[in-house]
Design a protein around this ligand. Structure first.
Ligand code: CA
Length: 429
């Protein structure tokens, strides 16, 4: 069954402001706590949160094979497990229910009272229980910038980089939704000029502008996912800020890669925007040279034109947009990442999350981290209040935004906005 939800002429009977990330063509999925303290799975149109559990109980999904409690859960994992056909049927039905021409719910005051909430009334939760989290390193510009800074501008990319999507296994226990504050981590560093490592709060906390995709159950142990099928197992995407402590990272990462510098927190936007909603925004990904090995080759358009922006807001201050990048700059596509991830038979489950890696564009104002924007502290970023940043300061708020826009339709992700709290007090030893 094809998705029928992308028609740009479709209008809804709900009020949606012109620049909303959530027109009736979006229909993302999330989990929220209602004003009555009930947790439910929902969607969003304009500034309305829509309780899918209530809609289902009232019979609005009749004819679609769904278990009774599929939306009365605190995670989307079971719904995602139902597969692409079910996601499409449900989105198509939601699109019908809220179509301007459909009076069924529109004219039922009692039902509307049960189903609709304003966004201010609900508290967004983590949308999935993330079993496994993998973070790729798939932006050529980012890998080149970091390689130039830390190693050698002449050989910025390591020999494997153009042949496979490099990644590491992260930690899912510290992934938090929008608006959950994050604490500056304590850790071990080896400052320049010191003759021994020291312990204390990280001095070089940074954001990483990324997106992440959420998967469904994709394969059995031992069986790879062919690249042509990989996108069928991608439920949708969120914005992803992979908080990083650069000083801890620099000292600890040899030889096995990032550890405590990356797993203290990562923030995501709470609404998962489906791959179907992003369909009109497909674009060609960058040309790959050398041509990858056959299991990573693909034809057609497999990237998406998603504008990405980051605001930095000092405590009680005004926001400054510090970068604007685009998801389409990614050298390796999500399908290539999935095909590579499973080529050895690694099993992918419903609710797994794969980070893209920092998404830097080609120009210095499109870099995806402060490390690059301020070029290791040598070119501090000027904020609108006159202050400067080399890295994130205590109580700064970092806000990621993302949206696609074409022919009058905007499909957005909302935001992943996070305050960095000061480090916990620690006793020097
Ligand atoms: Ca990362």
């Amino acid at each position: 069954m094809p998705a029928k939800t992308n028609d740009p002429n479709k209008k809804t009977w709900l009020t949606v402001s012109e620049n909303s990330d959530f027109p009736i063509q979006n229909i993302p999925f999330g989990v929220f706590l209602t004003r009555d303290d009930i947790i439910t799975i929902g969607t969003r149109i304009g500034d309305y949160a829509i309780d899918l559990g209530a809609l289902h109980q009232l019979g609005y999904f009749d004819g679609i094979p769904l278990t009774d409690d599929i939306f009365l859960q605190d995670t989307l994992n079971d719904f995602i497990s139902d597969g692409k056909k079910t996601w499409r049927s449900v989105r198509n039905r939601i699109s019908e229910i809220f179509d301007l021409k459909n009076g069924t719910l529109q004219n039922n005051k009692d039902h509307k009272k049960i189903v609709l909430f304003s966004m201010e009334e609900v508290e967004m939760k983590l949308p999935v229980q993330i079993g496994d989290y993998t973070d790729f390193y798939s932006s050529k510009e980012h890998a080149t910038n970091v390689g130039s800074m830390f190693r050698d501008p002449e050989n910025a990319l390591l020999p494997n980089w153009l042949h496979l999507p490099v990644a590491y296994h992260g930690r899912s226990s510290t992934i938090v939704p929008n608006a959950t504050p994050v604490r500056r981590p304590l850790g071990q560093t080896y400052p320049k000029g010191a003759d021994a490592p020291v312990f204390g709060p990280s001095k070089l906390v940074d954001f990483e502008l990324e997106m992440a995709f959420i998967t469904t159950d994709a394969n059995v142990l031992g069986e790879p996912i062919p690249i042509e099928e990989a996108e069928d197992y991608i439920f949708g995407l969120v914005l992803f800020n992979d908080w990083s402590a650069r000083d801890i990272q620099k000292w600890e990462y040899v030889p096995l890669g990032p550890f405590l510098a990356k797993n203290f927190a990562s923030s995501i936007s709470p609404w998962i925007v489906t791959l179907d909603a992003l369909e009109p925004f497909r674009v060609q990904s960058p040309k790959q040279d050398p041509e990858p090995l056959p299991y990573l080759r693909q034809q057609g358009k497999h990237s998406f034109d998603i504008t990405l922006e980051v605001d930095l807001t000092p405590n009680n201050g005004i926001p400054t947009m510090v970068t604007r990048s685009n998801f389409k700059h990614m050298y390796w596509t999500m399908a290539q990442q999935m095909a590579h991830h499973t080529v050895n038979g690694c099993k992918v489950n419903s609710g797994d999350m794969m980070g893209s890696g920092t998404i830097s564009g080609p120009s210095p104002d499109s870099y995806g981290s402060l490390l690059e924007l301020a070029w290791q502290g040598t070119k501090p970023v000027k904020l609108r209040d006159g202050s400067e940043r080399k890295f994130i300061e205590d109580n700064d708020i970092v806000t990621l935004r993302g949206y696609c826009q074409k022919e009058g339709i905007r499909i957005g992700f909302g935001e992943a906005s996070t305050r960095l709290l000061p480090a916990l007090e620690h006793k020097k030893k």
